[in-house]
Each structure stands twice: as structure tokens, then as C-alpha cells.
Design a binder for this molecule. Structure first.
Ligand SMILES: *[C@@H]1O[C@H](CO)[C@@H](O)[C@H](O)[C@H]1NC(C)=O
Ligand SMILES: *[C@@H]1O[C@H](CO)[C@@H](O)[C@H](O)[C@H]1NC(C)=O
Ligand SMILES: *[C@@H]1O[C@H](CO)[C@@H](O)[C@H](O)[C@H]1NC(C)=O
Ligand SMILES: *[C@@H]1O[C@H](CO)[C@@H](O)[C@H](O)[C@H]1NC(C)=O
Ligand SMILES: *[C@@H]1O[C@H](CO)[C@@H](O)[C@H](O)[C@H]1NC(C)=O
Ligand SMILES: *[C@@H]1O[C@H](CO)[C@@H](O)[C@H](O)[C@H]1NC(C)=O
Ligand SMILES: *[C@@H]1O[C@H](CO)[C@@H](O)[C@H](O)[C@H]1NC(C)=O
Ligand SMILES: *[C@@H]1O[C@H](CO)[C@@H](O)[C@H](O)[C@H]1NC(C)=O
Ligand SMILES: *[C@@H]1O[C@H](CO)[C@@H](O)[C@H](O)[C@H]1NC(C)=O
Ligand SMILES: *[C@@H]1O[C@H](CO)[C@@H](O)[C@H](O)[C@H]1NC(C)=O
Ligand SMILES: *[C@@H]1O[C@H](CO)[C@@H](O)[C@H](O)[C@H]1NC(C)=O
Ligand SMILES: *[C@@H]1O[C@H](CO)[C@@H](O)[C@H](O)[C@H]1NC(C)=O
Length: 793
């Protein structure tokens, strides 16, 4: 039992045992993390070296398609090695500032024979040389230069191994390493760089554009080298280099001076290193070059690659090690999907505390909430479960962003406001943390003000914060397709999906109001949470290829005058104009999905929805049809909850069926093993939570119970130390027996098909007895998860 330990007893003994075995088991967990999953076919995963939630994220940057996260596992070339990235994003490539690029020497020893521009130096990888593990990435280029990398929180460390005999024509070993004033999307606005001729240190700064937002940001770096004597230094511009001057500045001056048009940077050339190795240490900062240098000096004082790598590995063992599974009988591929998913959900948001140039505050500062529209649905629930310390810091950071920027973000990256896709979904994240007792240092009074402001005040630019159409929301009780909204600007699209999301956001505010003892607000927002029903058109039918699906009743666009419009319910599903509902001015009434999809979205009142759609049996048939007809795309986060909606219809067994339907067919351990953009680990969090058997109703204190994909899963609460164990009795690794027949909690019968967060706070044992057929377990009205109109709210 390599990474499993029996945790079936309670008490101190258990904690000390788990700590012992956890150290021993950690390496085994890491062996099942494959960071390369999702680096093909649109996953956009960052597969490089990172710590949990670290700012430094180092990888080889490539130049094909799909390099949003820096590196793609395609046949494209390598253009450099850079130190900060975002993972899984759907916008433009993000960050990737100031890449280094190593060359063994300049042909004929002529400086200008080295390759300086991104286009010129792009070098093929040698297939089969990539190695990716938590905290480590390595690759060899066709130039025979092998680059390994690891990181600390603000520092990337690269170990370049040069060939003794360079492969370039007539070249002797005298490595040149350049640093380029560029970023992945070539968004540089201005920059400056300088090189120290005695030490070879290259440092500089640049202003760049965020990849899915407005404004600009400035970043700084500081690169030092160890392992070889400096031979000469200088700068380059275009494809020419010289040893004088030692610095340069590129400014916009009213003309477009992007790095595509004006490549520029600095370089240091070395005498042949002993052992052919040079280590480059790159500190990064959003404050100053001095801070970039001092972080690097503090975090990696001696350029010790192996020690830094070991520390990174240990950080991942600590982070992932709060979860353990009993792996018996389960194949390696399933284990890899699980641990890799858990891993990817711990990359972002990134801890930029101490690196925020925008305001001075003693609160933590996290960035790369990229985007909350994606991450609210399961990433933050997962972080709450496995790392409540970080979740509390993230919530504090969100509240601090409200304090100083005036609004909670729906998306944020690179110190900039990102685009809002639907509602004000930070409301959901805050409410869920509040309900789950994440309190550490959180100013909930201010947090509540922030969410109420989202609901009450329309910002002048609701494309990047808050909500639009609030006047209609309050007066008409829906967002009209032809809204008249002179109070703010934003894309006047997505009236159906915004209505659904605003309703849910209001529900989450109601939950907080109740918890805070504000009965009036509770009633007000609970009433507003029912507004989604105002777009429900009971008579609307849906045809596919001119054949009636026989399902009627869909959310439909509605005008200011109260009459309904029409958007084909399958429009923007994979079956019809799949990509027509993105965030652009000619978007439509649903966002990145169909009216079929959004009609299923009332997570706070699925009981009412089931009634509207004709009762549990019809609802279940309709949900089956939705999953099997090609209408549902599971590669976008709004798809996730649909896997578990069966719970509300008293059919938890069907949720388990669906979970196995998608994993591993859509979530697997191949390079293309994610069905859509990972979006900072969202797809990973879906896989991890589903496989643990506790997918959350985000924004509520509800986890849907399905059998874990392992005989047993246990989760140690990082703050309190309590351990929650979910154990399958009659576990069947071929997944025939996936139906819960009965359950006990701490030995007492447990019939509800969901469980609250107190289980993970207090610990205990949830035992699920499995069988090959659906049973009566969890099917009674009183066993179902809460809904606003019934049961508990
Ligand atoms: C390397 O792999 C890519 C596909 O990933 C392929 O296009 C390319 O031809 C391969 N190169 C060599 C030299 O085999
Ligand atoms: C090779 O480069 C050296 C300088 O390093 C130069 O003197 C020599 O002429 C070159 N030989 C050829 C064949 O180009
Ligand atoms: C990749 O490198 C190869 C070999 O140098 C070159 O032929 C090709 O044009 C490069 N492609 C890109 C997109 O950089
Ligand atoms: C890195 O930052 C995290 C917080 O995000 C902190 O817990 C950890 O101790 C830091 N690591 C080091 C080595 O300072
Ligand atoms: C280069 O550095 C010197 C000394 O710090 C400074 O005076 C000069 O303005 C810099 N030049 C450019 C082009 O940045
Ligand atoms: C934060 O405080 C420092 C030191 O007092 C000051 O230099 C800096 O300008 C302040 N930053 C902001 C955004 O207020
Ligand atoms: C609809 O028709 C198209 C084209 O004939 C076909 O490819 C598709 O599978 C059909 N879809 C359904 C759901 O029947
Ligand atoms: C819808 O109902 C009609 C009439 O009962 C039936 O002929 C048709 O096959 C049904 N369509 C589907 C897709 O089941
Ligand atoms: C309501 O408004 C829509 C959109 O402007 C228009 O097409 C429709 O005719 C109007 N209906 C009535 C009854 O005025
Ligand atoms: C739907 O797709 C078709 C063909 O791909 C295209 O001609 C049409 O303009 C699209 N419709 C909308 C509303 O985007
Ligand atoms: C793995 O997942 C991808 C993405 O969802 C899917 O396209 C592919 O078919 C899956 N592969 C296998 C072998 O199931
Ligand atoms: C289950 O057992 C654990 C450990 O003894 C305890 O902390 C927890 O409160 C119990 N839960 C219930 C619901 O009894």
C-alpha cells in the first residue's frame, strides 16, 4: 500500500500516523501527477515548474497554437524560457515576460551570428525529451541545449546544460544567454533593460497588456548566472547585437513599438563552463527590479538547483498530501487523472502578497482569478476543502480588491480588471466560504457590503465588474434582450444567462444575509433569486434537425415590453453554431452555451425547476437526453453541475453513472485529456471532486454524495487536523457496482444523498455500501439536497 495509510481511528495517534506515512507516501503521489495533461487540443495547461499558488511559474515557451500556458505538446518550436504564466486560460496567452534563451555559442564566434529575435531563434524541441513533474520541467532543444527548471515563490531557476561540441556550424562552446523584453502575446508597451558587465546580471522592466482584461501592468526581473566566467555583455535590437551600450529603453512614443516590430533585449556571453552547465536565477516582481533581485537572493542564495527542486517537491507533497486514497485495484491511469486534477487546481489564484503596486495593505493579495466565472463552480470549493488557509487568504484578497478598486472582480489577471462573463460570481465564492466557516482574518462585514453593492449599484463599466441592467433587474425582474440601460456600459448580450446568474448570485447574498442575521435582506434577495423563472417560456419546444425533441419549456429572451423573443434552444450547443455565443458584440442571449443548458441552471431551487419541467421522471429523461444527444459540452464549466442534478430528482445513482460516463472518456491522462480550457484548473477540480465522490453545489453548504473512484478517500483538514474518510464497502474497481445501497456516518444510518462541510471540519467516517443496481437510498423527498422553495431554505 504505497501511499495509503489506514486512518480509521480517531485522535492524536491518527494524526501522528498520518503525518509519518504522508512523508513516506508523498513521492508516490507525485509519481501520479502528470502536468502535461491538457497541453494539447485546447487545454492550455501550464505544465511547467510551480509551487502551490506561486507567482513564479517557469516553462519553455512555444510558438504554435495553444501556447496560452507557455508550452504546448505539439510540434512547435521553443522561443525561450520564462518565469510567470497562467494555466488553462481561454483568452490570449498570458504573461511569459522576459524570456531567457540560451545558445552554445555564436557561429564563427561572431556575435551577430547568434540568433536574437523570437522569430529567428525559435528552435525545435527534441521529441521525447520533455520531463514534467510537480516543481520541475525539462526539455532539450535541437541545438542540444538541455534546460531544466524549478522555482521558489518568486524565483525561477534554470539549469542549462550545453553540448561540449555545439551543433551549430563552426561553433565552439561559449554560451550566450539573452533576455528578451517581450511576453507571450507580444503585448509590450515599453520596456528597459540593462546588463552588468562584471557580473553578467541582466535586469529590467516592461509594461504589458493583460490577456483578458483592460489596462496594463508593469513587471520587473533580475537574472543572475552561476557556473561560468562572464566573457562579454551587451544589448540587442532587431537582429543585431553589440557590446555597447549596456542598456536600452524602448518607449511607445505614440507609435506601435511591440516586440514583433522592435525586438530588443540584453545578453551575457560566457567562457566555456566547467561541466557544461550554467544556472540562471531569475527573480520576478511587480514592484521593482530591486525587489526582484532581493527575492531571488533571499529565496535561492546559492543557486542550488537540487535543493530548490527538493523544496518544491516537498511543498507539493505537503499540499496534495492532505488527501489520501486507497488505490487497490484501481489502474494507474485513473490515479493519474485524479492526482493531476488535484494538482492543477492548486496552481491559481497566485499569491502576489507583497507584490501589489496598486495599493498598500496588510491584507494578502492574490491575482490570476482567471476567471471566477469558471472557478466558482468547483475550484474554490476544492481549495476550501484541501487548503482552507489559502482559501481564507484568497477571500481576504477579494475583499481587499473591493476595498481599493471599488468592486469585487469576476475575472482578474496581471493586476488588471478582467472581463465579466456573466454575473458577479465572486458573490458565490464569498457566500460559500462564509457558510463553510472559513473565517480566519476575514472581515465579513466588508465582504457583505461588497456583494450587496454588486446587487444594488450598477458600475459605469459592467464589462469588468458588477452587473449591468440592474434597473431592469429591480423593476422588471429579468434582464431584457433589448434592455434600455443608460446607467452603465457593457456588452448588451447574454440576457438569459445573466438573468440566471444574477438570480443565483442574489441567492448567495441571501444566504449570507441569513447567516449575518439580516432577515430583511435575506427575504429580499431570496425573492430576487426566483427571477430566473421570468424567462421561462413553458410553451417553447425544441427541434433538432426538424425533429421535435418533445421537450418543452425553456428559458427564452424577453423584451422590455414583456413579450418573449426566440433563440433556438439548441443554438450555441455543440449541435448548432457552437461558437456563436462568446463575449463579443454580436454574441447572443446565452453565454458559451445553449438555452437548453441555461434552463437547467437554478442550483438554489432545482425543486421548482423540476416542477416546471414536468416532475422528476420527465426531468430525469430530459437530463439523460441532454447528456446523450450531443447537446451538452462538458468542456465548459457550466456543464459540471448537470452531472449531479439527478440528485435533486431522487436518482443519485444516475449522477454516479454520468460521472463514469465522463471520466475517463472526456477527462483522461492523455496530453489531450481535458475537454476544454482548463481555466486555472477548473477541469482538474471537476475530475478531483467527482472522483472523491463529493462534487459541491458551489455557493451552498452542499456536497452531492456519489461513490469515490477509489475504495477509500480521506481528507485531512489542514487547519484542525480532523480527517474525513469516505469508504466504499463492496468497492468494484471495474465500476460496475457504482450504486449506493446504504450509508452510515460514524456508524449511524445516513440517508441523505448529500452532506455538509461540517463532515470535513469535524472528521468522521462515511461508509457507502455499493451494489450493481440503483437502490432506494437517497431517493426520498427528505433525502434530497435543499432547494429554496422547499426543504430548508
Ligand atoms: C516531433 O513530434 C511532432 C508532433 O508532436 C512532429 O510533428 C514532429 O515531426 C516530430 N519530430 C521529429 C523529429 O520526429
Ligand atoms: C570558424 O570560426 C573561426 C572563428 O571562431 C574562424 O576563424 C574560421 O575561419 C571559421 N572557419 C570556417 C570554416 O568558417
Ligand atoms: C521551427 O524550426 C524549424 C527549424 O529551424 C524551422 O524550419 C521552422 O520554420 C520553425 N517554425 C517556427 C514556426 O518557428
Ligand atoms: C511560498 O508562499 C506560500 C504562501 O503562498 C507560503 O505558505 C510558503 O511558505 C512560501 N514558501 C517559502 C519557501 O517561503
Ligand atoms: C543607461 O543607463 C544609464 C546609467 O544608469 C542612464 O543614464 C541611461 O539613461 C540609460 N540609457 C538608456 C537608453 O536606458
Ligand atoms: C506604498 O507605500 C510605499 C512606501 O511608503 C510608497 O512608496 C508607495 O508609493 C505606496 N504605494 C501606493 C500605491 O500607495
Ligand atoms: C442533424 O443532422 C446533421 C446533418 O445531417 C447530422 O450530422 C447530425 O448528427 C444530426 N443531429 C442529430 C442530433 O440528429
Ligand atoms: C416525439 O413525439 C412524437 C409523437 O409522439 C414521436 O413520433 C417522436 O418520435 C418523438 N420524438 C422523439 C425525438 O422522441
Ligand atoms: C415588444 O418588443 C419587441 C422587440 O422590440 C417587438 O418585436 C414586439 O413586437 C413588441 N411586442 C408588443 C406587443 O409590443
Ligand atoms: C450559424 O452558422 C452558420 C454556418 O456556420 C452561419 O452561416 C450563420 O451565420 C451562423 N448564425 C449565427 C446567428 O451566428
Ligand atoms: C481523452 O479525453 C479527450 C478530451 O476530452 C477526448 O477527446 C479523448 O477521446 C479521450 N481519450 C480517450 C482514450 O478516452
Ligand atoms: C464523527 O466522528 C468524528 C470523529 O470522532 C467526530 O469529530 C464527528 O463530530 C462525528 N460526526 C458526527 C456527525 O457524529
Amino acid at each position: 500500500m504505497p501511499y495509503w495509510t489506514s486512518l480509521s481511528q480517531a485522535g492524536l495517534l491518527l494524526i501522528s500516523q498520518s503525518q509519518q506515512s504522508h512523508a513516506q507516501s508523498g513521492a508516490d503521489i507525485l509519481a501520479f501527477v502528470d502536468p502535461l495533461i491538457g497541453t494539447l487540443n485546447g487545454g492550455h495547461v501550464f505544465p511547467g515548474a510551480s509551487l502551490p499558488f506561486s507567482m513564479a511559474k517557469a516553462v519553455a515557451d512555444t510558438n504554435g497554437d495553444g501556447y496560452q500556458g507557455g508550452f504546448a505538446s505539439d510540434g512547435s518550436n521553443i522561443t525561450g524560457f520564462s518565469h510567470m504564466h497562467d494555466s488553462g486560460t481561454g483568452g490570449s496567452p498570458s504573461l511569459g515576460n522576459f524570456p531567457l534563451f540560451p545558445q552554445s555559442g555564436c557561429p564563427e564566434d561572431v556575435l551577430d551570428n547568434c540568433l536574437f529575435t523570437k522569430v529567428d531563434r525559435a528552435t525545435p524541441r527534441i521529441n521525447g525529451t520533455v520531463e514534467a513533474h510537480p516543481g520541475y520541467f525539462a526539455i532539450e532543444m535541437a541545438s542540444k541545449v538541455r534546460t531544466e527548471m524549478t522555482v521558489s515563490n518568486h524565483t525561477a531557476l534554470y539549469r542549462f546544460t550545453f553540448p561540449e561540441q555545439p551543433s551549430e556550424r563552426n561553433t565552439t562552446l561559449s554560451p550566450l544567454i539573452l533576455a528578451d523584453l517581450t511576453d507571450l502575446p507580444d503585448s509590450r508597451i515599453n520596456g528597459s533593460i540593462s546588463v552588468d558587465e562584471s557580473t553578467g546580471r541582466i535586469s529590467g522592466s516592461g509594461s504589458f497588456s493583460p490577456s483578458f482584461g483592460i489596462g496594463s501592468y508593469t513587471a520587473y526581473f533580475c537574472a543572475d548566472f552561476s557556473g561560468a566566467k562572464v566573457r562579454d555583455t551587451g544589448v540587442f535590437m532587431n537582429n543585431r547585437a553589440g557590446t555597447e551600450p549596456k542598456n536600452l529603453t524602448v518607449t511607445a512614443d505614440g507609435i506601435n513599438i511591440s516586440p514583433e516590430i522592435l525586438p530588443a533585449g540584453a545578453w551575457t556571453r560566457f567562457h566555456a563552463p566547467e561541466g557544461c552547465e550554467i544556472v540562471a536565477r531569475v527573480g520576478v516582481s511587480f514592484i521593482s527590479v530591486a525587489q526582484a533581485c532581493s527575492s531571488a537572493e533571499k529565496e535561492v542564495p546559492t543557486f542550488d538547483f537540487d535543493a530548490t527542486h527538493t523544496a518544491a517537491k516537498n511543498a507539493w507533497v505537503d499540499s496534495l498530501g492532505v488527501v489520501s486514497v486507497k488505490p487497490d485495484g484501481v489502474n494507474d491511469s485513473i490515479k493519474t487523472i485524479f492526482w493531476s486534477g488535484l494538482y492543477r487546481a492548486s496552481l491559481s489564484p497566485q499569491d502576489y502578497t507583497g507584490e501589489n503596486p496598486l495599493w498598500n495593505s496588510t491584507e494578502p493579495y492574490y491575482d490570476s482569478f482567471y476567471c471566477i466565472w469558471d472557478s466558482f463552480r468547483s475550484i474554490h470549493s476544492l481549495i476550501t476543502l484541501v487548503d482552507p488557509v489559502s482559501q481564507a487568504r484568497m477571500v481576504r484578497s477579494l475583499i481587499d480588491i473591493y476595498r481599493y478598486e471599488g468592486w469585487l472582480p469576476d475575472c482578474r489577471m496581471s493586476l488588471c480588471k478582467g472581463f465579466t462573463q456573466g454575473g458577479s460570481n465572486a458573490d458565490v465564492v464569498l457566500a460559500e466560504s462564509y457558510l463553510k466557516g472559513i473565517t480566519d482574518g476575514i472581515d465579513w462585514a466588508t465582504g457583505y457590503k461588497a456583494v450587496v453593492q454588486d446587487a444594488e449599484i450598477e458600475p459605469s463599466n459592467w464589462a469588468v465588474e458588477g452587473r449591468g441592467g440592474l434597473t431592469s433587474w429591480k423593476n422588471l425582474h429579468y434582464i431584457p434582450a433589448d434592455d434600455f440601460d443608460p446607467y452603465g456600459v457593457g456588452p448588451f448580450t447574454r440576457s438569459i444567462s445573466r438573468t440566471g446568474e444574477y438570480a443565483y448570485d442574489d441567492f448567495c447574498i441571501a444566504e449570507m444575509a441569513r447567516g449575518l442575521g439580516n432577515q430583511a435582506d435575506y427575504e429580499k434577495y431570496l425573492a430576487r433569486s426566483e427571477y430566473w423563472q421570468n424567462l421561462y417560456l413553458a410553451s417553447q419546444s425544441s427541434y433538432i434537425n426538424a425533429t421535435n425533441t418533445n421537450y418543452t419549456g425553456f428559458l427564452q429572451p424577453r423584451y422590455l415590453n414583456g413579450t418573449f423573443g426566440f433563440q433556438d434552444p439548441i443554438f450555441c450547443s455543440p449541435l448548432l453554431n457552437f461558437t456563436s455565443c462568446y463575449l463579443n458584440p454580436d454574441g447572443h442571449e446565452t453565454y458559451e452555451g445553449s438555452a437548453w443548458l441555461y434552463t437547467f441552471f437554478a442550483p438554489h431551487d432545482t425543486a421548482t425547476l423540476i416542477g416546471l419541467l414536468g416532475g422528476p421522471d420527465t426531468f430525469v429523461k430530459r437530463l439523460d437526453y441532454f447528456h446523450t444527444s450531443g447537446l451538452l459540452y462538458i468542456g465548459d464549466e457550466q456543464g459540471f453541475l448537470n452531472v449531479f442534478l439527478y440528485h435533486y430528482a431522487g436518482r443519485p445513482g444516475k449522477s454516479a453513472e454520468r460521472a463514469h460516463y465522463y471520466i475517463p472518456s472526456q477527462f483522461n491522462d492523455t496530453l489531450a485529456g481535458i475537454p476544454g480550457n482548463d481555466d486555472s484548473g477548473a477541469m482538474g477540480s471537476f475530475a478531483a471532486l467527482t472522483m472523491m465522490g463529493i462534487f459541491p453545489a458551489a455557493g451552498q453548504d452542499v456536497y452531492f454524495i456519489t461513490p469515490p473512484f477509489f475504495e477509500e478517500v480521506s481528507i485531512r483538514n489542514k487547519v484542525i487536523g480532523n480527517v474525513a474518510i469516505i469508504r466504499n464497502i463492496g468497492f468494484d474497481p471495474s465500476y460496475q457496482a457504482i450504486y449506493i445501497q446504504s450509508a452510515t456516518l460514524n456508524g449511524t444510518q445516513y440517508t441523505k444523498n448529500w452532506i455538509g462541510h461540517d463532515f470535513f471540519r469535524d472528521g468522521g467516517v462515511l461508509e457507502l455500501t455499493l451494489g450493481k443496481n440503483e437502490s432506494a437510498w437517497g431517493t426520498r423527498e427528505e433525502d434530497l439536497p435543499p432547494s429554496a422553495s422547499t426543504r430548508g431554505w
